[in-house]
Design a protein around this ligand. Sequence first.
Ligand SMILES: Cc1ncc(COP(=O)(O)O)c(C=O)c1O
Length: 414
Amino acid sequence: MIDTKQDISWIIRNHDVKNVELASNLFSMKNARTAQKFHSQIPGYKMSPLQGLPHLATMFGVGGIWTKDESSRLELNSFKVLGGSFALYRFLQDKLGILGQDTPFAYLASQEVKDKVGQITFASATDGNHGRGIAWAAQRLGFKCVIYVHSETSSRRIDAIRSNGAKVVVIDGNYDDAVRQIALDAETNGWTIISDTSWDNYTKIPTWIMQGYLTMLVEAQEQFSGQGIVKPTHVFIQAGVGALAASVVGFYHALFGQEAPKCVVIEPDKAPCLFESARINDGKPHTITGSLDTIMAGLACGEPSPIAWEILKEDVDVFVKVPDYIAAKGMRMYATPLKGDPFIISGESGAVTLGAFASIMQEPQLAELCTALGLDGDSQVLFINTEGNTDPVHFRQVIWEGANPVPKEYWINR
Ligand SMILES: Cc1ncc(COP(=O)(O)O)c(C=O)c1O
């Protein structure tokens, strides 16, 4: 059943017992450590910070607020490079017939590997960050790269992809149209598609991408244990096609089974394909069509990734869709922290989870959702700041010029 209050809608899933089998197969700690081992040998790798926001936690009445801050992962501005680089690694290993072995990054970049695998052009559709990550990894490994973007993609995002050596092609339509077009063109040109979304008979590479994201979560577990915290009690995770959400939700369910943190998936109300799939509730993923016109460019996806949906439909506790001004509010909250809390650069898709959480904690009309989630003084809440200012001009428009303001009737007067 859908509830809607103050432009925010949610669906609570009532699982008596969750099915964690698929999560345990794909997103085990063993798989996570493999990804982390690979990433840790990339030149420039370091753990991204897990930032505590203790003053905000006190203000909102929860035990802790923690943000895994991916805004400068491997000198890029988002977590996305973790998935693309791991998929390229696995793909090359597979081609070399050494899948499952420990292969140094430097070896994959060597001439010997090129002599064995031949010239490969990696290709992908993107709404910005994934393409940039693939371009970066392909360039580091010495392979060609072609990236398709849709016509609404900002010039700043396109420039960022080009600056990593890729050819960028702009196509009419939205992100999903770009995915379809590149699938056709790759066939004609003999390119290898590295897509973060899956389709019929194309699941291996998207699975590797999701497994690549696990590095963040192993790191976070290590960082939590350094704080004496066994696990977060709640995870708020933003979603486009749902690959990131599936790896996060899958990881925690693989690790903690029925005792996993409560997982809340947040989408833009202009592109809520997972929310819609949960609403229809026939077990299948469902598509949203149209321009998907949201400031959360990374989440502007109308078609769920089918393999991601298999996990999400089993293990997510609440699906939420929110308007753009919630993301803008989250960006401003990170950029103007309470005294003593850290300053965090967070872009539109990165900040929406904090914005949504703030509304849930503060808006009297959302109190029933807060209660249903069991958010209280014992809660340790995890967010992932999935991007920094990946579009610096729009970032300033939101933070400096006040773009996408919260409507006055929803201002908090306490
Ligand atoms: C910054 C950012 N956050 C979150 C996501 C969501 O990831 P997914 O499409 O796997 O749901 C994306 C996707 O591109 C992104 O760029």
